[in-house]
Design a protein. Sequence first.
Length: 78
Amino acid sequence: MGNPTQSPHIVVHPPALDGSRRVTSGDAVLGVASHLDDVVEILRLADLDRIEVEESDLIEWQGGGPEDWPGLSEPHGA
């Protein structure tokens, strides 16, 4: 069994064809994000909102960093 005080390892997976990115912690899917703001909200809902999304070593960005959201031509909420 893992250490309950150990920090989670969050993975933001490579973009799908529609530009969305799956967010997981271990084997658990936390949600699907279409923008960086969605990643922040997914982590908030998982009680992981103290993580600095763009700079944390706890988050592994696969297929591009926090600024890479292919397929999106307008800022989120526009």
